[in-house]
Design a protein around this ligand. Structure first.
Ligand code: ADP
Ligand code: MG
Length: 371
């Protein structure tokens, strides 16, 4: 066996999947060298793939047209645009790291909402990448897979996301949340088998109208870098609350979110490790308040969903994902999930908002071969 090559039979074809995720807590921390705690959803992107002529890739999606076709010649950021950029980006990133990526035909289906902050982009990248690795008989550690897929999204698609989404799509395990230290790359599996405790995570997709999220995300990211520079630290991970007094008002609030959010992740991990699941509720709610008041990435639909869920009996609730729309998660007693969902739907109706989608999130496994 040569390095980077798997032992055992290499398939000619198969079916692979990678999941979406919700982030339990630790938002906008992953590009500050901080902590986050995602878990994978049962909703996923599925890729039926077949090895074909070397140096050529064809991808079709049941969700998007047209089909995408590209070759290794001239493959560079910008050479494929639209949804196909996620696929081409993965091939480009793998080739660029020296992997002998097999040519392939890829048929993509999905039951994961796209653009709702549930990380369909990383699910697509990681499902395609896992298929190509297995078809090529290539063995790459999970952490490296996440970094390769992140590079596809950063450098090829042009979205400056952190490594959380791809890490979750690759590394999550059934019944666990993934504690990720984005500085060291260290991960650990934190028990989060909520069903056995009569608990559930209700996801509310607020279906907020589309906003220019990318610009806002880039602005928050550069504010954090600016704050770290002014504090003389490598990243906001290294700052403490008393340090922040020297920052001007807006940067101080942005940095305060990151510093307090990192602590909330550590507190959540400690509580879950001690088996005290319900007790994380107030941390979720405090995270939402921080994202609303200090980081200013919530919108009225997110605030209404989180506030209503708590008023209707959730242990805690918060927006999840980048913000400006997308989803809220609420930790609820399973027997009360329907009641909380109904309360949110009623509040949305009364506010004149479109009906939200709700579903229960069960902590699920990461990218894998299905058949
Ligand atoms: P999120 O990751 O939160 O769902 P993004 O904006 O990061 O939102 O990624 C959404 C994009 O990912 C879509 O616009 C599309 O280009 C791509 N995508 C996701 N799922 C699919 C799919 N099943 N087929 C084709 N493209 C997809
Ligand atoms: Mg995404």
């Amino acid at each position: 066996m040569t390095p980077g090559t798997a032992s055992g039979a290499v398939p000619d074809a198969g079916v692979w999947a990678a999941p979406g995720r919700v982030n339990l807590i630790g938002e906008h921390t992953d590009y500050n060298d901080g902590f986050c705690l995602p878990f994978a959803l049962p909703l996923q992107v599925t890729v039926a793939a077949r090895r074909s002529a070397p140096g050529r890739w064809v991808a079709r999606s049941s969700w998007a047209s047209p089909a995408v076709e590209f070759t290794a010649d001239g493959l560079a950021p910008g050479s494929v645009t639209g949804w196909g950029a996620y696929v081409a980006g993965v091939v480009w990133s793998m080739l660029d790291s020296g992997l002998d990526v097999p040519g392939a035909e890829l048929e993509i289906t999905s039951d994961l909402p796209s653009g709702s902050g549930l990380s369909s982009s990383a699910a697509l990248e990681c499902a395609v990448q896992r298929a190509l690795l297995d078809l090529g008989g290539l063995s790459v550690p999970g952490r490296e897979q996440a970094l390769l897929a992140q590079r596809a999204e950063n450098a090829y698609v042009g979205m400056p996301c952190g490594v959380m989404d791809q890490s979750a799509a690759v590394l999550c395990e059934d019944g666990h949340a993934l504690f990720l230290d984005t500085r060291s790359g260290a991960v650990s599996q934190v028990p989060f088998d909520i069903a056995s405790r009569g608990l559930a995570v209700l996801v509310v997709d607020t279906r907020s109208p589309h906003r220019l999220v990318d610009g806002e995300y880039a602005e928050r990211r550069s504010s954090c870098e600016d704050a770290a520079r002014q504090l003389g630290v490598a990243a906001l991970r290294d700052a403490t609350l008393p340090d922040l007094g020297v920052l001007p008002g807006l940067l101080r609030r942005r940095a305060r979110h990151v510093v307090t959010e990192n602590q909330r992740v550590l507190d959540t991990v400690a509580l879950l490790s001690a088996g005290d699941v319900e007790a994380i509720g107030p941390l979720l709610t405090a995270s939402h308040a921080s994202l609303r008041d200090d980081f200013e990435v919530t919108v009225p639909r997110l605030d209404l969903a989180a506030d209503t869920a708590v008023a209707a009996g959730a242990f805690g609730a918060r927006m999840t994902g980048g913000g400006f729309g997308g989803c809220v998660i609420a930790l609820v007693r399973s027997s009360r999930a329907g009641e909380v969902a109904a309360a949110v739907a009623k509040a949305f109706d009364a506010a004149g908002f479109g009906a939200p989608e709700t579903f229960l999130a069960v902590p699920s496994p990461g990218a894998r071969r299905l058949s």
